[in-house]
Write a protein of this length. Structure first.
Lengths: 274, 274, 274, 274
């Protein structure tokens, strides 16, 4: 930025390394888009746009699997319920989807991101201080317990055993065996699970934990990992918004009429203007 | 709904045919999710969740291509700019994505949906009333011109020729030749383009028009077609939000400081309390 | 815009007549903000910013009343439920409010806007074609009935008689009597209500209808009228989001656990990879 | 929640103490709404709904002033720019407003909330540990400086002196003199300002700081204080969205065409399918 701003400052303010747009030209990370359409699958483009290069076979396979595993968990989730309600209120399907996505916040959609950060921290600690990963994981678990905090990515409010865990872990194990991912984050995640299982109940790894292992093994940054989860869950959000739209209901609230929310406040009182 | 509502009315209010959730069980359209992870690609699941069945090869190939073609068009678009600005304001990447998606409204993201509806109407008119598709298309174009309205899916504010048009059309033509899609919607779209080209300037089919042909050939409903566009553009929105997050800028407005918006309103005046 | 854009084109692109911002200066429609703080009430500033001038006493009184009447209608409404659910998902109160506001769409929040447009049309028709307002209103009602459409602003899914109707109408009648509003829109609204009451059930004017009369009498454009409704309902949205935040619940869905949405889709089936 | 959920569990799940809704009945915190319309101003209802009781004169006066002070800061702000862009994209004014509000996150709209928390902490520290408020404030400032962090509510990227500061502080001083607010939070805020001014440049209190003093003196919780800011800024967001709508521009991006964002990424490269 020069002292007296120029129009070049304005175009530089919006600069990007993702997509080159000129009349007649669209390039994604340097590749002319007409060379990609029909030849590359959608998930390769997800990786290309966010990470800058086309994925390897391993990156593609693991990203596909993590995305597939995360698409939906039904209308009990506020993200899905929000999108379905919005779809009945006279907004476009884009706005219904936006409402579903917007609530994938730190508590509802952030455990995967937090778990990637946790795995990164464990692996970094082992690398810097030496020691066994099991000991570092046990210390981490102890720290969380001392704060009465959830360990992100572990424990499930609902499933006694998450059906997505084993199949995803096996894909990571295969990649470790093939030498195409390092394996440190898998070991860290399993060590945390083991440390938690020493406690009073068996807290299995949940979908956030197992996809966090995938993303950490692929070198995906924590916040981008949440972005991938949002992208995956957008599919469920779209499907549910569309199902609700197709049903034709108008202004759908959380309870079927004539059910009313309980009122627990002040009894009726008169307003006497002073 | 019975006269006196029961708890079954409340669970029925939220019923869905998409995903079955029970303790230890997640089924997508009836398929146990652990059978799909690692074996099916993400786009097959997009089709499964929204349309109810796994895609044929043709459905999968064309949907992949349409999604890839729609991922991004750079920071000039308000959807991308909105997401980038949001990413600097101290909200999660989910909220940055929601803001980008939310503006894919009737004007910014709805042309594809409108074009699917238009193609459906032309094909239905030909089927009901007979006549040549070129004549019906010419009539439709004349109607739009009489109202000084844009024909959705045609004309481009920017590209003299959209680089995505030919490669996508060729994929549809291949499918028509193979007998795996009907071809009526392709013919209708090309007829509209031809009718428009008879006018004063050459209005090539744009990305909304060519993806509308894909979606119409696949039997995708107009509003769901917009949903697919939103899903595709979410990838660009994510990539741009993430690029902005990585840059670390705080509270990014549309103009680089110290540039200020022009003020064109009332001159300074004093408020005299009556 | 010149042929070669300049930085002045960029600042002009964002020009506004609302607020002048310079170092040390903030003026609202020309008034230095330090002259307004502590001397003018909030609703006067709402009018000043949106309409450009400070309100008259009548404008202030009627806008206050319409805003007060619209603040809340409880958690049955999807706007309120959306905000409450969002507040439990780990997003800021701004995002919880955004989700509530976003669903005040054509069906859930647009009836007032549509009713202002309807009243404007009736008054314009009477002005242009002459005739009695009752006859014009009866014709309008007949048109809606022929299309099996709701007349916006009339009928209520819930209240046999809306408690807000009479008190708001009386304020408008007082202003008509004082000669500070024209009264044409009040007469049009009452005529519509009368025409509807000739039908099979008594459809009282609802909150959207009565506030539409207020806004139409004040010369508020239809879409801005929706904006005022959104602003008013934002208060209820804020109060409910804050109540939910204070309660401390996490990831609140529409049904209390362990209640699950009914599943009505495909029975379990195996995926056999082709 | 009983072991076998009942319909009463579902209505209790949505219980509220804010508004009682029954057929023909709307009560806000116990007051029948028809007693409030036309007799109470909008800001009194803001306080009633969020805090549970009608405001005292002091509460009403200070809340009005804080809201008026926060309504707008022009299109340079991403919240305003987001709403204006959205208004050109074919979504309702509700969705344009939602996009503006959604970005009032921790960085763009959270400084006031953070400053209320800071003032609460200083006052609590003085109460618990004794000592002079100036010493506690100096220690707090030293802590922020050691972390190279901004002190929320102080310093301004733009105004050398915020024109809203003095007039708002004077209103608080008057209330302290009248004995209607405690004054501890005012003293804490001024002490922080003094401590910062001992440094290398003079960092005046900004709008977030001075409204934080107002809210803290009124006993408003930090997150609710952000809610009040969001409500106030919604007025500017509405006015700007409406101005943009009235202008009729379609699909407005951040730069005026034909200006394009700079591209800084990979040079053109060919995709060779493996």
């Amino acid at each position: 930025m020069t002292d007296v701003p120029t129009v070049a400052d304005a175009t530089a303010w919006w600069s990007t390394a993702i997509t080159r747009i000129e009349p007649g030209v669209i390039e994604l990370r340097g590749y002319p888009i007409e060379q990609l359409i029909g030849r590359l699958d959608f998930v390769s483009i997800v990786w290309l746009l966010t990470k800058g290069e086309l994925p390897t076979d391993t990156e593609s396979r693991l990203l596909q699997a993590a995305l597939v595993a995360s698409v939906d968990h039904g209308p009990q989730a506020p993200s899905i319920a929000s999108a379905r309600m919005a779809a009945t209120c006279g907004v476009g399907i884009n706005s219904a989807m936006a409402n579903g996505i917007n609530v994938l916040g730190d508590t509802h959609g952030g455990a995967g991101q937090q778990c990637v950060a946790l795995l990164n921290r464990i692996v970094a600690t082992v690398a810097e201080q030496g020691g066994r990963v099991d000991d570092v994981a046990a210390q981490v678990v102890a720290d969380y317990r001392a704060r009465s905090a959830f360990v992100p990515g572990f424990g499930h409010r609902f499933h006694p055993r998450d059906p997505r865990r084993d199949v995803l872990l096996r894909l990571v194990e295969d990649a470790v065996a093939a030498g195409t991912v390092p394996g440190d984050y898998l070991r860290a995640g399993v060590a945390v699970e083991r440390a938690l299982a020493n406690g009073t109940r068996k807290p299995p790894m949940n979908i956030d934990g197992v996809t966090a292992i995938v993303y950490a093994e692929l070198g995906v940054e924590p916040e981008l990992a949440r972005g991938f989860f949002v992208l995956a869950r957008s599919v469920g959000i779209l499907a549910h918004a569309w199902e609700e739209t197709s049903g034709g209901r108008r202004v759908k609230g959380p309870l079927p009429p004539p059910l009313l929310a309980d009122y627990t406040g002040e009894a009726t009182r008169d307003y006497a203007k002073p």
